[in-house]
Design a protein around this ligand. Structure first.
Ligand SMILES: C[S@@+](CC[C@H](N)C(=O)[O-])C[C@H]1O[C@@H](n2cnc3c(N)ncnc32)[C@H](O)[C@@H]1O
Length: 268
């Protein structure tokens, strides 16, 4: 499959559920990223793969001018609606992070919260991140890592999913420091840190039901399965989540890598 077709599939997939019900579970990741870029009120900031706009809304407290872009029109429409409801005057527009419609060195700050990692051409993504940031500009991006139970979760989904598209980059590769260094190290001074933003449900059933209703990739996966496969996946997930039961509910760890970068001056 051509990458352009794959990206159109991605856009439809991410828009297949009400992602605003998931985005708030990433709140602590968004806050960490906002603090990490130390933005100033006169900064111009691009949030890429902005989804329903949660990071952008929180980032307004810095006083910076914030733009959000995402490949999914459904996400952008939801972000615009939520901005209006919450009284934020922000610009949200559709764009593919492999071909950003902005001039070189336009932005002082670029963030992407588990966003650009899903585009298939990782080298092209890295090149676009470097291109739109001005020298000394700040980058923060996050990527899932796979240690512990979340690795089992990804593997379980993988067993029920179609095979990956040949040649397409794998999102969790961005969760490795050496991989990010190889892609971004020429253009950025990088630092790395590891964190967790657990997804909490009242019970194993509740957590699975929420994913099955609100998380686009799982909504689309379920549509592709017959009833027997759907029931088997549900059973395996509930068994996995059941092992994560605590006194305060089911707590699924979601470990992630925070990549912070400062744009180096381009070489003459
Ligand atoms: C897990 S969601 C994260 C959304 C948001 N950053 C947040 O933290 O709430 C991943 C987002 O990346 C977007 N995305 C995937 N591929 C993209 C691409 N090629 N260009 C721009 N956005 C993309 C999806 O549409 C989706 O909104």
């Amino acid at each position: 499959m051509a990458f352009e077709d794959l990206k159109q599939q991605h856009a439809a997939m991410w828009g297949a559920g009400p992602f605003e019900r998931v985005a708030h579970t990433l709140h602590d990741m968004h806050e960490l990223m906002i603090d990490s870029v130390e933005a100033r009120p006169d900064d111009v900031w691009l949030d890429i793969g902005c989804g329903t706009g949660e990071l952008a809304f929180l980032a307004t407290r810095t006083g910076a001018t914030i733009h959000g872009t995402d490949i999914s029109l459904v996400m952008i429409e939801t972000a615009r609606r939520q901005a209006e409801e919450r009284g934020h005057d922000l610009v949200f527009e559709t764009a593919d992070c492999e071909a950003l419609p902005y001039d070189d060195a336009t932005y002082d700050v670029v963030t992407s919260s588990v966003g650009v990692i899903f585009a298939p051409d990782h080298r092209q993504v890295a090149s676009e991140l470097a291109r739109v940031l001005r020298p000394e500009g700040k980058l923060a991006l996050t990527a899932w890592t796979t240690e512990g139970t979340v690795g089992e979760f990804f593997q379980l989904l993988g067993r029920y999913s179609p095979p990956p598209v040949a040649g397409a980059g794998v999102s969790i590769d961005w969760g490795q420091e050496a991989y990010c260094e190889a892609l971004l190290g020429d253009a950025f001074e990088l630092t790395f840190s590891h964190h967790d933003v657990p997804w909490v449900g009242e019970s194993a059933e509740d957590l699975w039901n929420e994913m099955a209703e609100a998380f686009g990739p799982i909504v689309v996966l379920l549509r592709s399965l017959d009833d027997e496969q759907k029931a088997a996946l549900r059973e395996e997930m509930i068994e996995l989540f059941g092992r994560l039961q605590t006194e305060s509910g089911v707590v699924m760890p979601r470990p992630f890598l925070l990549v912070r970068g400062t744009r180096k001056a381009p070489q003459p």
